[in-house]
Design a protein. Structure first.
Length: 271
């Protein structure tokens, strides 16, 4: 659910590929007074490499956008009924990446791939130490939009990273994990029956939208021809995956009642 009280079903989830990068530019850290401006700095090399794959105006480099299944007209209409992107960013105390980020919030967070640097280490960030670091590390993840292929995008990302490495820098790329995106047919009988059940208990038919998160079980079930109903009773204020994650107590009996209606509706599939 959203802060406007509109129930939602997620008929798609994004995939994920997670990498660890290590950059080396020499055998040992160097004195910046003796070598600064002449010798390669591993942190400079790492930031140059990462800059080559970051999004511009909300869009990743084209090789990382291959295979995207665009949102349907129904999805576009559903987004208009959700909480405004500006409100979502404001409630999270987040700064937009560019002037169009709020307007394109749901496009960027559910229907486009998104790449994030999850952590960087190297050098001496806590000590006053005038050296040129020769080793730097980063964790990097990319969320895949529905329709994209894990292996194709992983290979494209690694190519872009390696092509951006300056001469003299050794780049090691390790894939730590991956999961495909999932796309449930919105016209599947199970989804339609579930919408009916939710409408009976909540007085409003759920919108069919996408989730920006990754749930490997969804594509695994879809691959076997099993439609999956992804929903819940959280709100935008539930602090999902954050401190003080919570659920409104008044939603507990509503959830039980809705689950009862849902299972009774799904029983019709076996007739």
């Amino acid at each position: 659910m959203t802060t406007r009280g509109v129930p939602e079903f997620a008929v798609a989830t994004r995939g994920l590929v997670y990498f660890h990068l290590t950059v080396r530019t020499g055998e040992r850290d160097l004195h910046s007074g003796l070598f600064g401006g002449a010798a390669l700095n591993a942190l400079h090399a790492l930031t140059q490499i990462l800059d080559a794959v970051r999004a511009r105006d909300g869009r990743l480099p084209e090789p990382l956008r291959a295979g995207i299944a665009p949102p349907t007209d129904e999805e576009l209409e559903a987004w208009a009924e959700l909480v405004l992107g500006s409100q979502m960013l404001s409630a999270a105390d987040a700064s937009p990446t560019d002037p169009l980020a709020a307007e394109e919030f749901y496009l960027r967070t559910t229907a486009e791939p998104a790449l994030d640097v999850n952590g960087i280490s190297g050098g001496s960030p806590m000590l006053q130490k005038t050296v040129l670091p020769v080793s730097a590390d980063a964790n990097l993840s990319i969320r895949l939009a529905p329709g994209q292929d894990v292996e194709e995008i992983a290979a494209a990302l690694e190519r872009l990273l390696r092509d951006a490495a300056p001469e003299g820098a050794e780049l090691e790329v390790t894939r730590l994990s991956s999961a495909p995106a999932g796309l449930v047919p919105p016209d599947a009988p199970a989804v339609q029956l579930a919408q009916d059940a939710f409408e009976r208990t909540m007085g409003r038919r759920p919108l069919l939208v996408r989730s920006g998160g990754t749930l490997p079980i969804v594509p695994a079930l879809v691959e076997k021809g099993i439609p999956t109903i992804v929903t819940g009773f959280a709100t935008a204020e539930s602090n999902i995956h954050s401190p003080n994650e919570r659920l409104l107590a008044e939603y507990l009996p509503l959830g039980i009642e809705t689950a009862r209606e849902l299972f009774m509706s799904l029983a019709a599939l076996g007739r």
